[in-house]
Design a protein around this ligand. Structure first.
Ligand code: ADP
Length: 397
């Protein structure tokens, strides 16, 4: 029987899952993946094998009050059924957990004590951490013997220097955890690992990675280690995102509170769900829709998205003292030739030159021979990173 690792990524409205099996000593291979989305509204369950063949497509009922637990048991039984059919043994389950606080700089095997500790970080990521931990608890109930591993979005950024982690606020607040953490760490770790394998010389240099998806951030890598992130205390800071504003003067939040008399929940809703590309365009949070639209508001949203990337890139180049490589990843970064071209043009002052034909075809390297900066597209794979960490932690001592 071959070993297999299951990966779960649990959000507020969706739960993604996948199963990897161990082919050779070092390689993990995707067997199938799927998700339940539309949780709380109209849950839809889909699963596909690695070749894209549909294994399941179902409408599920939502039983209010039963939370994510009701879906987890069905997902786990789906995984078990298919795993057994394929003759695969389950080594453990790896989870994406948003916050590891200041303590966890690497994945950790879950125990009751660690779970209680991770719960203390819930106020730092109120929209995500609770769902991540509920999923771990649900699996513990179903199969207490299943080893579980938490992989943190913050862990990769522990190498960010102290000065870049601090906010200029009273020390006591910094000490209690009000500091810049940075997120999307599993994606950046995966990209850093790919670069190390594919282009070790570039990987040892100064690279900025732009993770442009529904959530968007940038990370400065020096020798493959994170030295700066556009995200900070929460996953709201930095770039313009699908529905989040990115950097915003805290004075705006005070204005909403004091002058507009907005309640906490309404401000959370405005900043997490109604801002960003959606807020500016008034049309959509989906870059594909905005690129197709002729509306001036859609163009303004795209221009703002690009402008903030331009500024963030400049600030990261200042931190790195130059730039050897630029990597695009995630939904927009991997698929939008328009955004890549425009970011490349904006970075012309750094000696970036985009090969338009390679960019239109979405080739791995999209800079010209003459470009002073190597520009890459690397599809991210956070799930594989989680599976790899889980296997390493549970099988390699
Ligand atoms: P997340 O994992 O954060 O939900 P993704 O990395 O999947 O997000 O990115 C989702 C976004 O990618 C979509 O909202 C869409 O705007 C964008 N996207 C996907 N394909 C394209 C495309 N061909 N052109 C432009 N944008 C795209």
């Amino acid at each position: 029987m071959n070993d297999s690792i299951s990966v779960l990524n649990s959000g507020s409205s969706s739960i993604k899952f996948s199963l990897f099996d161990q082919v050779e000593e070092e390689e993990l291979r995707l067997v199938f993946s799927g998700q339940v989305d539309g949780i709380g509204v109209m849950p839809k369950f889909t699963a596909k094998d690695a070749a894209g063949t549909v294994l399941a497509k179902e409408q599920w009922d939502d039983h209010p009050g039963q939370g994510h637990q009701q879906y987890i048991s069905r997902i786990i039984s789906f995984i078990r059924q298919h795993r057994v059919k394929l003759g695969l043994e389950l080594v453990g389950v790896g989870h994406r957990v948003v916050h590891g606080g200041s303590k966890y700089n690497r994945p950790v095997r879950i125990t009751a004590e660690i779970l209680a500790e991770l719960d203390r970080f819930t106020p730092l990521a109120p929209l995500h951490q609770g769902h991540n931990l509920d999923t771990i608890r649900a699996i513990e109930k179903i199969g207490p013997e299943i080893p579980q591993v938490a992989c943190f979005d913050t862990a990769f950024h522990h190498t960010i220097p102290e000065v870049a982690q601090r906010y200029a606020i009273p020390r006591s607040l910094t000490e209690e955890g009000v500091r810049r953490y940075g997120f999307h760490g599993l994606s950046y770790e995966y990209i850093a690992r790919c670069l190390r394998h594919q282009e070790p010389e570039l990987a040892s240099g100064r690279v900025v990675v732009a993770h442009l998806g529904s959530g968007a951030s940038m990370c400065a890598l020096q020798g493959g280690r994170s030295v700066a992130s556009s995200m900070g205390f929460s996953a709201m800071d930095g770039l313009v995102m699908g529905t989040r504003p990115g950097s915003i003067d805290p004075g705006v939040v005070l204005y909403l509170l004091e002058e507009k008399g907005m309640a906490y929940g309404d401000i959370v809703d405005l900043l997490y769900k109604k801002s960003g590309l959606l807020g500016v365009s008034g049309i959509s949070n989906d870059m594909r829709e905005l690129e197709k639209s002729q509306a001036p508001e859609a163009k303004e949203a795209i221009e703002l998205f690009l402008y903030r990337i331009r500024r963030e890139l400049g600030s990261m180049v200042a931190v790195l003292g130059g730039l050897d490589g630029l990597v695009f990843t995630a939904g927009i970064g991997e698929n939008s030739s328009l955004i890549r071209r425009r970011v490349g043009e904006q970075a012309g002052w750094l000696g970036v030159k985009i090969d338009h034909s390679a960019n239109d075809k979405g080739e791995p390297i999209i800079s010209t021979f003459a470009s002073k900066v190597a520009v890459w597209i690397i599809p991210t794979n956070e799930e594989l990173m989680i599976a790899t960490h889980t296997r390493d932690l549970l099988l390699k001592r």
